[in-house]
Design a protein. Structure first.
Length: 431
């Protein structure tokens, strides 16, 4: 899936999203839910008008475009009844009866309650301004362009019932489970996919749920109780702070997660981010970490670097290019994320790390949190092998015990498949 990249400057030009009233307290119930479900991230093009669609998404079967969901009668969803809207969001069926590609996360949205569907409908049909903008046709080769097999896919692969309260847990936990599984569609990125591109699980009872996955050359890490690669060492407050501000003492949000925080979770109420944190922290480990001892800081590499010993591959690059910000001890500081013990560094797949080094990161994920500066790009300064070496160096220093699996070939592939402009586009503040 192609991540949404667009300038929020566009927002100030249109009434679709009133910049002055974007604080969660001022949002209508429907607009709040639209934020929680992050409809804007996919249904808006780079520098496009919110909700007018047209975002290009590369999927395993071909290129598709998100659609105009402003209430324009000709090109948007102006003629959708509540029933039509419900079928699109929770069943993936458009008004004319055609099956939507599952890039639209309707398998997760099927858990949204009847009442919340009504609020979302009211927001899109009554509060969003209609904009005339024609949809683009998907570029998918036969036979995958036949949409009818998707209805079979649906029957086999997806659940289509609203969230059911779990009586073994309290209301706060249930609210968190609802938001994570339903509108938040966290599993669309964090749950691995099977051969038919279906998410392998939609609920924590299955150990695949939120166990980490690579999508569009970003690795969305394990969010289960695993101590090293998951949220096992995070407190509930750490998780809630991260969703609200885009950083915690373990690391900061980058890549597609940066967008999730920037357009969605930062606008959620403290009660809701706390509820999501409570639910996530209740999910047991997926057992992928079990063979590994829990991360503890180890000073060996720090001492070597301080003594001027840079004989390990990548150490020399680290001292010259990275240590001024992230520290010889990899501990970061108030403004810089740590690399020691950071679950994103310990991730089983190093793809995100290679990408962050090649392209750097965008800044300002949040309005309220610490103003973290951004990470510079190194594609102009470091060769493929140097990037692979410094990634492996981070993954195996300071007590980090991840596999040294970054290769110059992988760096080279990602150098070609990604670019700085896309990964660093500025997100202007929404309020
Ligand atoms: C992860 C990306 C993504 C998110 C998030 C997303 N959508 Fe979609 N949506 C799409 C894509 C892609 C399509 C077009 C699919 C196709 O052409 O088969 C689509 C199609 C639709 C359609 C059918 C439109 C038509 O032209 O008939 C509606 C309605 C819709 N989305 C509403 C929403 C709403 C409301 C939300 C938030 C609650 C939302 N979408 C969130 C990607 C997304
Ligand atoms: C000018 C300061 C600076 C330098 C130099 C720098 N970084 Fe960063 N780095 C940052 C900041 C700030 C972030 C957080 C960015 C964000 O969250 O968007 C970051 C994020 C990261 C991340 C993602 C971790 C996370 O939780 O956000 C990795 C991995 C990383 N840096 C590795 C390196 C390596 C390796 C080098 C040297 C090749 C390096 N950095 C050089 C400032 C720097
Ligand atoms: C569009 C894809 C996408 C969606 C949707 C998404 N995430 Fe993420 N998430 C990522 C990626 C990629 C990372 C890794 C980058 C990082 O650490 O910032 C990440 C990182 C995280 C982290 C930090 C984990 C760690 O080990 O450092 C947390 C916590 C998190 N996501 C929670 C959530 C929650 C809760 C939701 C649903 C509300 C969600 N994510 C939805 C892509 C996504």
């Amino acid at each position: 899936m192609k991540p949404a990249r667009f300038l929020f400057a566009a927002l100030t030009l249109v009434g679709a999203m009133d910049v002055a009233s974007s604080q969660s307290a001022d949002l209508s119930k429907g607009e709040y839910l639209a934020r929680a479900a992050n409809c804007i991230a996919c249904h808006t093009m780079s520098e496009g008008v919110p909700y007018t669609g047209g975002l290009r998404m590369a999927t395993p079967v071909g290129v598709i475009y998100s659609t105009n969901i402003t209430p324009d009668a000709e090109t948007g969803i102006g003629r959708y009844t509540l029933e039509d809207f419900d079928k699109a969001i929770r069943k993936g069926i458009a008004k004319d009866g055609h099956q939507l590609y599952p890039a639209m996360p309707y398998p997760s949205y099927s858990k949204i309650s009847d009442e919340d569907i009504k609020s979302l409908y009211d927001f899109f049909l009554k509060e969003v301004k209609p904009v005339r903008q024609k949809n683009s046709a998907p570029e998918i080769a036969w036979p995958m362009n036949m949409r009818w097999p998707l209805s079979i896919w649906n029957a086999v692969m997806t659940e289509t019932a609203p969230y059911v309260t779990n009586r073994d847990f309290d209301a706060e936990w249930n609210r968190g489970a609802y938001l994570v599984q339903g509108p938040g569609h966290c599993g669309a990125c964090h749950t691995p996919r099977g051969i038919a591109q279906q998410e392998k699980a939609y609920d924590h009872r299955d150990p695949d749920f939120l166990s980490g996955a690579v999508i569009d050359n970003w690795s969305a890490p394990n969010l289960r109780g695993d101590a090293n690669t998951g949220l096992g060492r995070w407190s509930e407050a750490d998780v809630a702070t991260y969703l609200k501000t885009g950083s915690s003492r373990f690391g900061s949000a980058f890549g597609t997660m940066h967008e999730v925080v920037a357009y969605s979770t930062q606008y959620m109420t403290d009660a809701d981010t706390k509820a999501m944190a409570k639910y996530l922290k209740s999910i047991p480990s997926s057992a992928t970490d079990h063979a590994q001892p829990v991360w503890v800081y180890n000073a060996t590499v720090t001492n070597e670097l301080k003594a001027g010993n840079t004989s390990r591959p990548g150490a020399n690059t680290y001292v010259r290019q990275c240590a001024s910000c992230h520290g010889m001890d990899g501990a970061g500081n108030a403004n810089m994320p740590p690399l020691a013990g950071n679950p994103a560094i310990l991730d089983k797949d190093p793809v995100s790390l290679i990408r962050v080094l090649l392209n750097g990161t965008a800044t300002n994920a949040n309005d309220d949190g610490p103003k973290v500066p951004n990470m510079p790009q190194f594609r102009s300064w470091l060769k493929d092998q140097e990037i692979a070496d410094v990634v492996n160096f981070m993954r195996t220093s300071w007590g980090n015990r991840a596999s040294a699996s970054a290769t110059s070939q992988r760096v080279n592939e990602l150098r070609k498949a990604t670019d700085v402009a896309d990964d660093r586009s500025v997100i202007l503040r929404m309020r």
